[in-house]
Design a protein around this ligand. Structure first.
Ligand SMILES: [Zn+2]
Length: 206
């Protein structure tokens, strides 16, 4: 484990490099930084998990100002996530929203545990995340899938992404209006940690 002091130092060092390396790749370098300081026009909104292995900008090879990213454990949809999507779609005209789940997701694991062991996390705050995942995957745990833990986790992750997509599509008048009239699309996706590959569930977007 890295101590808090050491961790803070690593962040400081990293930021110093970020500021100093003017020759850094174009999308994350000083020129791009100056370009997007006054104005941003992100081309996609990504709702992803907080997991340290799934940073959207790296996974999609994008730079500053390209993606409007919302990250929360289990890529769940609560009012603040909906509000963030609305904000970017209205302010910046972003028309693609991607909900991205991933393999080996701790939040999915915690939700399965809560169902199978009949007691969830002790913390009310952590329960609020698990409880958003749980109803969607509860039925899966009682099927044949339960015998195959790897597949169960993958299908639970997919079901959770689909639930988040549905919630975004239908849980907001703003998003619904922009979808009907403004060409906004909400799609689900999954990232395989091992290969790094992202597969989109709804392939075709008009
Ligand atoms: Zn996760």
């Amino acid at each position: 484990m890295i101590s808090a002091r050491k961790a803070l130092q690593q962040l400081r060092d990293g930021n110093r490099r970020f500021v100093a390396e003017r020759q850094r790749d174009g999308r994350t370098g000083a020129t791009r930084r100056e370009e997007v300081t006054e104005r941003q026009e992100p081309f996609a909104i990504i709702l992803g998990c907080s997991d340290s292995r799934v940073p959207a900008e790296i996974v999609f090879d994008q730079g500053l100002g390209d993606l409007f990213v919302i990250r929360v454990a289990g890529n769940i949809v609560a009012p603040s996530q909906i509000g963030s999507v609305e904000f970017a779609a209205e302010r910046f005209g972003t028309r693609l929203v991607v909900v991205m789940g991933h393999t080996q997701c701790g939040a999915i694991e915690a939700a399965i545990e809560a169902i199978t062991s009949t007691h969830g996390p002790a913390s009310r705050n952590q329960r609020s995340i698990v409880n958003r995942v749980r109803p969607t995957i509860e039925s899966l745990v009682t099927t044949e899938l339960a015998k195959d833990p790897v597949r169960l986790r993958r299908e639970a992750m997919r079901a959770n992404v689909r639930a988040s997509v549905n919630h975004l599509r239908h849980g907001s008048e703003v998003i619904e209006r922009l979808s009907d009239e403004g060409g906004l699309a909400v799609v689900g996706a999954e990232l395989d940690l091992m290969t790094g590959e992202v597969i989109f569930f709804d392939g075709v977007v008009d």
